[in-house]
Design a protein around this ligand. Structure first.
Ligand code: PT1
Length: 282
């Protein structure tokens, strides 16, 4: 697998685990302060995550968590583009844009984004073409259904095989659209149309996805899967479980972890990385 990923002039070293910090620019996640308040809060949060060791900042203006409703194009642009422009000038990190809309992909890359993170894996009309023209790496994620309803009755015969088959099909579409294989990352989409059992089987089966030869990105941070395993623990009590999950995911083959709690995860992954790199005793 290619160990260096070039993201609009900034390099990621995938020979070591990398941490992607989550930057939500959704006014609802900052009570009712509005878009300007959300923008300032987001910039402060990005600086903090970069200082704590995030090498990628994932900027999103539309929630895709279970039950979330879609956001209008102009609203999403108004939220993410000014933040991407400001971050590009200020931080040396890779800026990723978490979007499914081709217009947002185009504008975000024009504003300085070096990666596209699409939970719809470029299935929206025009997204394949927009990503191909943008020329930056793309993360293809698996989702069954759509955010509003995906947790109603998730169903698979073999979740690891089906997610693998879906990702291979999306990779084929990307290559046919002119996206180089070295520009692709894959993500099993934890929590996106999956029961607890499905999520655990996917984590266990991560080596099989990693064997496809593309860098694997995972998002487990604060998700309900952790809450369920911890006895219905609320979101703010899932940090230690999340550290175990991030550590295991990297040990099982993930190259990038998408997280809220950057500092703690960076520490945990120093242990994992040391173990991955130590020379075995004779
Ligand atoms: C993810 C991801 C993402 N997750 C990528 N992008 C979210 N590449 C947004 C829950 O069960 O895993 N990979 N962008 C957030 N989505 C969720 C899904 C948040 C489920 C919470 C849950 O609690």
């Amino acid at each position: 697998m290619e160990r260096r990923l070039e993201c609009a002039g900034r390099e990621l070293d995938l020979a070591r685990p990398q941490v992607m910090g989550i930057l939500n620019v959704t006014p609802d996640s900052f009570s009712d302060g509005g878009v300007f308040f959300a923008r300032d809060a987001a910039l402060g949060r990005a600086r903090e995550m970069h200082r704590a060791g995030a090498t990628i900042i994932d900027v999103g203006g539309e929630s895709t968590r279970p039950g979330a409703a879609p956001v209008e194009l102009q609203q999403e642009l108004d939220r993410v583009i000014p933040v991407i422009e400001a971050l590009r000038g200020e931080l040396p990190a890779v800026i990723s844009v978490d979007t499914s809309k081709p217009e947002v992909m185009r504008e975000a890359v024009r504003a300085g984004a070096g990666m596209i993170n699409d939970v719809y894996a470029l299935r929206r009309p025009g997204a394949l073409e927009a990503a191909a023209a943008a020329g930056v790496p793309v993360c293809l994620m698996h989702m069954q259904g759509e955010p509003r309803t995906m947790q109603q009755r998730p169903c698979y015969r073999n979740v690891v095989e089906e997610v693998g088959r879906f990702l291979r099909e999306r990779i084929e579409s990307c290559r046919a659209a002119g996206i180089a294989p070295g520009q692709l990352l894959i993500d099993p989409g934890f929590g996106f149309g999956k029961s607890l059992q499905h999520n655990l089987q996917l984590l266990q089966g991560l080596p099989r996805l990693a064997d496809m030869g593309y860098p694997v990105l995972v998002g487990l941070s604060r998700k309900s899967m952790l809450g369920a395993l911890l006895g219905e623990r609320p979101v703010d009590g899932r940090l230690y479980g999340g550290l175990a999950a991030a550590t295991l995911a990297v040990w099982l083959g993930a190259s990038i972890v998408r997280v809220h709690d950057v500092g703690p995860v960076v520490d945990a992954l120093k242990i994992t990385a040391a173990l991955q790199q130590v020379q075995p005793a004779e």
